[in-house]
Design a binder for this molecule. Sequence first.
Ligand code: PXG
Length: 498
Amino acid sequence: MQARMLKEVGPAATEEAPAFAPDGAPSSALPSSAPYGATEGKLYDTRALQQADSAHYLHPATDHQQLAQLGARIVVRGEGVYIWDSEGHRILDAMSGLWCVNVGYGRRELADAAYRQLNTLPFYNSFFNTSNVPAIELAQTLSRIAPPGFGHVFYVNSGSEGNDTVVRMVRRYWDLMGRPQRKVIISRRNAYHGSTMAGASLGGMDAMHAQGDLPIPNITHIEQPYHFDNGAGMTRDEYGVLAARRLEEKILELGAERVAAFIGEPVQGAGGVIIPPETYWPEIQRICDRYGVLLVSDEVICGFGRLGYWFGCERMGTRPDLITFAKGVTSGYIPLGGVLIGERISKVLIEKGEEFAHGFTYSGHPVACAVALENIAILSREHLVTRVREDVGPYLKQRFEALAEHPLVGQAEACGMMAALVLVKSKAPLQRFAEELKAGMLCRGHMFDTGVVMRAVGDRMIIAPPLVITRTQIDEMISLIRRSLDLTLNDAKQRGWM
Ligand code: PXG
């Protein structure tokens, strides 16, 4: 089977590469112990891989008719902020994989940490009064880097499992407090909290709710703090308070005695990098305090340095009771997630509880925890969190926000290593593209062809680059984005869209 995935490297293959010279193409870069689908001196047989992919692999959230027609782009290697596809194209990965490769690709230290732990103890469970060394050390390390009061962690394997754990833990807390009627969790429209039954229910994505009778009972949603869409005629600060007051209105509508918790991402990620006004989170905190409602900060994207702090709640000035994390904790090198538990809840769970009947085979997996420990060591050693706050974050903001001058860009904003721009048909008067045109997808295609990964969420084009990105690479990224915007503009005009 493998042989079918290979083809000889010839001059033609090199000439075909449009965007960048394939200086890291698999032919020159593969180690002698070649990965699946390639050997030294050969390029991948992309067609054969695509056919096998579409014949056997059911992808997440993918239109498979379209996948069969177009064929998947097959990513074969990564180094720093770049990835290479099976055709030898080098692409600047401005999305850090899927918001996770915080320390960049190709970090030997992380591979070594996994290898060492695999050779020492590849697995043991944490049930029935057993534990393992990396899980203990990581718990200690997390309580050191977390905001004050977060002395405990519950391990899971993904963000979705983290938020499922949140739902169970919040309910358990209120039961133990003798207030079982506090059941409702309030979230926001267009939020993303995962794909399990509870995760997708907490999320505010209509398309997900439409499949599988979601949300599950006792989860409800309020407006997202999206000033550009919802705040016409108001300053950002005015709108921030108004958007937060939607929470108060919902609490009063339900009755505070029924409300268990509010959950939100410090900056909404998959919803389109919605950066809330500065007034939003302080007002949310005030409302949660006033009505005794637990605050959950979903930091699956915003944690581990992405906003220039270990956790995004520190950037926003909130004091959550629970923090969900995943992705950046291992820079995506191996699956790991968890819930950091603040004192208010840990005291009750530990002191009042019998057992919390919850957990997974791989909770506290020693290999994942060993990789997380090394990942956190890299973030600390290389001062990557401070660097985002004080150096590359402000630089990205300055360079990215200047894209607002482009005729196609209605607004451009950044927060830490997250940024978004809105594609518009006309700036004055402000006119948006019709949703069915899928302007974002058109633009995304041009980005990929130019050599940069940017994600489209409706008409918002978003990025979340690795924290290791340099100023020079930010310059390169911005010029690739600019070039792609020009191509999109011409394309949109030719299609008669503007
Ligand atoms: N919370 C947040 C804030 C997330 O961004 C999850 C929970 C779920 O994590 P897992 O590990 O279960 O996937 C996420 C995941 C996108 C996209 O379209 C974003 C995510 C996942 C898949 C696609 O940008 N974020």
